[in-house]
Each structure stands twice: as C-alpha cells, then as structure tokens.
Design a protein around this ligand. Structure first.
Ligand SMILES: Nc1nc2c(ncn2[C@@H]2O[C@H](COP(=O)(O)OP(=O)(O)O)[C@@H](O)[C@H]2O)c(=O)[nH]1
Ligand SMILES: [Mg+2]
Length: 251
C-alpha cells in the first residue's frame, strides 16, 4: 500500500512538465537578450583600458588626487594605511571611450617596498611631490630611477607638484620643477587635490599622450599587415635542379 502512495501520478508529471515548458518558453528568450545585452556592454564598454600608476613620497597627496579624479572627493585626514588597489574612471579621449585604471599604493612607499607587480602593464605614471616639502621634490629623481628600472620604457610620465593651494607654504619653486621636468623630458603641472586645480588636466594629458602612442602603433601594425602578401598572391619560386628522373634537388 505504502509503495502505491509514493508513486507519482503521471497526470501530475505531464502537467508539471508542460508548466515548466511554458515558463521556459517565456523566460528563455528574455534570458538570452539579457545575456547578450551584458556581453554587448562588456565588449563595448570602452575602446581602451589604460593602467596608470601613482608614485611619489608618502603624504604628497596621491590618494587624494585619485579620489578627486575618480569620485570628486577630498579628505583632509591622512588615511595612508587604507589603500585601494586601484580606482577607475571612464572618459572620452578624441572620440574614443577610454577607461583609466589608476593604481595607488597602500603606504608601502614609506618603506621603499613597491614591488615590480605594481608597475607591470602600466602605460602611464603620475609622479607626485608636495610643493611645501622640499624632500619630496628631491626624491623625484629616486622615483624616476625606480620607474625606469621597473616600468616599460615607453611609459608616459608626468610630474605633478601637488598642494598648489598652499602657495604661502611653498618650498619648491615652479621654475625649479619646470627645469627638472625639461631635463628629464617629463610633462609637468602643479595640482591641488583640495581645490581640484589641474587634477583633471593632468590625467587628460597623460591619457591623450598614451592614446596617441597606442593609435600610432596600431596604424604602423596595420601598414605592416598590409605589406604582407595576402591569400592568393602568387609567389614565383625558381625551378630547382632536376636529376635525370625528374626529381628535384637530389644529391
Ligand atoms: N592642502 C592640501 N592638502 C592635501 C592635498 N592633497 C592631499 N592633501 C593632504 O595631505 C595629506 C596626505 O594625503 P594623501 O592623499 O594621504 O597622500 P599620499 O600618502 O601620497 O597618498 C592628507 O592630510 C591630505 O588631506 C592638497 O592638494 N592640498
Ligand atoms: Mg596614499
């Protein structure tokens, strides 16, 4: 008797199966559209992704430059121990959608312990010093050495003298910084994460330079590809020496 009760009613199975089919019929196409929609978005979210690293002494304002650029936020307290790995912002550069992925240190610059992984794949760098701290400017050369050792040789570099709002406490003149930038072939700007002066411009300049390099490289690659013989091109090979049996190249 008990086993008879456990047997599932075939009508119930048929109805449930039919019900599932109806649900699938309505939900499956929607699911497809959603998936395709997401894939479309992922594929076409941006044309380029550029990794940019922030470097410079501790306390110069790197984390605040990042939060100003990506979230339009500034924090007066120093929170050097709480570091995000990177933050992103998507913007337009010459009609292309560029996603800037900006990497920040988590305070390890204090111990001169930035690993080469931090620089890996970076196509741009913003080297920051504090205009009120001479020491941070003197260390620019040390940071440049580190960059040249670890980063790609084509990396786009910009020097930023941050805290331009503290002009009354200035310890580094704009002329000195300009001269150093010219000597080391760097772009240069004074910035302020506090009042947002030149923060946008600094990143725009770096991204534009990177974009120019990348698009020039893409054009060169296209031209090189165009000069390679295409499918169906006949390449004439001179006849080899044939022996008496007509075999080619025998000894
Ligand atoms: N006046 C002023 N203070 C700033 C500026 N940028 C950062 N700071 C302050 O400098 C301190 C260190 O900033 P932080 O972004 O943590 O520097 P980081 O160690 O290089 O990441 C914080 O107290 C910030 O509020 C700026 O442009 N102007
Ligand atoms: Mg920081």
């Amino acid at each position: 008797m008990g086993s008879k009760e456990e047997k599932t009613d075939p009508t119930f199975v048929a109805v449930a199966y039919g019900f599932l089919l109806v649900i699938n019929f309505f939900s499956f196409p929607k699911f497809l559209v959603q998936t395709e929609g997401m894939a479309y978005k992922v594929d076409h979210e941006y044309d380029y992704l550029f990794k940019i690293v922030l470097i410079g002494d501790s306390g110069v304002g790197k984390s605040n430059i990042l939060s100003r650029f990506t979230r339009n936020e500034f924090c007066l307290e120093s929170k050097s121990t709480i570091g995000v790995e990177f933050a992103t912002r998507t913007l337009q550069v010459e009609g292309k959608t560029v996603k800037a992925q900006i990497w920040d240190t988590a305070g390890q610059e204090r111990y001169r312990a930035i690993t080469s992984a931090y620089y890996r794949g970076a196509v741009g760098a913003l080297l920051v010093y504090d205009i009120t701290k001479k020491q941070s400017f003197d260390n620019v050369l040390r940071w440049l050495r580190e960059l040249r050792e670890h980063a790609d040789s084509n990396i786009v570099l910009m020097l930023a003298g941050n805290k331009s709002d503290l002009n009354h406490l200035r310890a580094v003149s704009e002329t000195d910084a300009q001269q150093l930038a010219e000597k080391e072939e760097l772009a240069f700007l004074e910035t302020s994460a506090l009042d947002a002066n030149n923060v946008e411009k600094a990143f725009q300049t770096i991204l534009l330079d990177i974009y120019h390099i990348v698009s020039k490289k893409a054009l060169a690659a296209q031209e090189a590809a165009a000069s390679i013989p295409t499918k169906g091109t006949t390449i004439k090979v001179e006849n080899g020496v044939k022996d008496s049996k007509g075999n080619c190249c025998s000894n």
